[in-house]
Design a protein around this ligand. Structure first.
Ligand code: GTP
Ligand code: MG
Length: 324
């Protein structure tokens, strides 16, 4: 329950900064062209992207006409179902990984500092709590402190970490870790990798090599490539996701640092344009702070600000203040 409350609280803070502005558009009076252009603008400001924002607004217009809706408040449910529907249409959206045929291999990828190591630790903890035996692979051999950081996570979670010395071949670490997974009949192997800029060809090739080794040893069906995307990145995150997806098809996005972002609209282009499911969101730095992404709750939370805004307006009315 605390977990759910935290998610709600987090979505609330997102709403206050971005979607609060969206919710306040949907009050009372009949709508006009100005309403639609304002809505489109706010979607764009929230990282939804220009083309997709326009498409969402067009679809809403069509739906409003079809249903004969004439007031802004009546448009709310159309908006919520438009957003939730688009997100939920992506296979796997909001669904945590399951270990149906162990061992499951998760390859964590992403740009520098996106939250890969932290997310690997959080995921390891969740699997452990499900009674699964987990192994973490420190395949970030680039940064000297990286292995140590993963080992700290491993200790905290009570998970075994397979590592080699700094500078060694990350694909060799992945190979070793797979052998250890097999030898100990572990259920889940989580491979942490070094941060890499998606635009750097040689670094992306290195990633491909790690994947190739795992694929050869474990078989493609067991491997899930997981992009950890910093929610604060904004529109550049879409470019990141698109490039990683082209190099190695992604099974999931973990949207990290959701607690830090002023926006949240990036989930829409990731889902609608790239068709990658957002399976989890990171809600803080602690081991507990990873939650499945809930598309319906996300969409509904965008409208929750409305109640508060109305209350605020009522308050201003009572004190004779300006409603604006
Ligand atoms: N607030 C918040 N901070 C997070 C979250 N996830 C990770 N962080 C923080 O982000 C920073 C970077 O996290 P790491 O897990 O080291 O990122 P990384 O992708 O492994 O970084 P590199 O290995 O250097 O590429 C750390 O200070 C984490 O505590 C999150 O969901 N919320
Ligand atoms: Mg790391």
């Amino acid at each position: 329950m605390a977990f759910f409350a935290k998610l709600k609280e987090n979505l609330k803070s997102v709403k206050e900064r971005w979607s609060g502005g969206i919710a306040s558009l949907f009050t009372g009076e009949p709508f006009d062209e100005f309403f639609w252009s304002e809505l489109e603008e706010r979607l764009i400001l929230g990282d939804v992207g220009a083309v997709l924002s326009e498409r969402i607004v067009e679809e809403m217009k069509r739906e409003a006409k079809k249903r004969g809706v004439s007031t802004k408040s009546d448009l709310k449910s159309i908006f919520v179902s438009e957003i939730a529907g688009r997100l939920a249409a992506v296979e796997g959206m909001g669904q945590p990984f399951t270990v149906d045929d162990p061992p499951l291999v998760l390859l964590m990828v992403g740009v520098n500092g996106s939250g890969k190591t932290t997310s690997a630790g959080k995921l390891g903890t969740q699997f452990l709590r499900q009674g699964r035996q987990v192994i973490l692979a420190a395949a970030d051999t680039f940064r000297a402190a990286a292995t140590e950081q993963l080992q700290i996570w491993g200790e905290r979670a009570g998970v075994r970490v397979i590592a080699q010395k700094p500078g060694s071949d990350p694909a060799a670490v992945a190979f070793d870790a797979w052998q250890a997974t097999r030898a100990s009949s572990a259920d889940v192997l989580i491979v942490d990798t070094a941060g890499r800029l998606h635009a750097k060809h040689n670094l992306m090739e290195e990633l491909r090599k790690i994947h190739k080794v795992l694929e050869r040893e474990a078989g493609a069906d067991r491997i899930r490539t997981v992009l950890v995307l910093d929610a604060v990145t904004g529109q550049n995150g879409v470019a990141q996701a698109s490039t990683f997806h082209r190099i190695l098809p992604l099974s999931a996005v973990i949207l990290s640092k959701y607690d830090n972002t002023a926006k949240g609209g990036i989930v829409l282009p990731i889902a609608c344009d790239l068709k990658i499911p957002i399976r989890y969101i990171g809600l803080g730095e602690g081991i507990e702070d990873l939650s499945p992404f809930d598309p319906v709750e996300f969409a509904a939370a965008l409208m929750e600000g409305d109640e508060e805004n109305r209350e605020e307006n009522r308050e201003k009315n009572r004190s004779g203040g300006d409603l604006k």
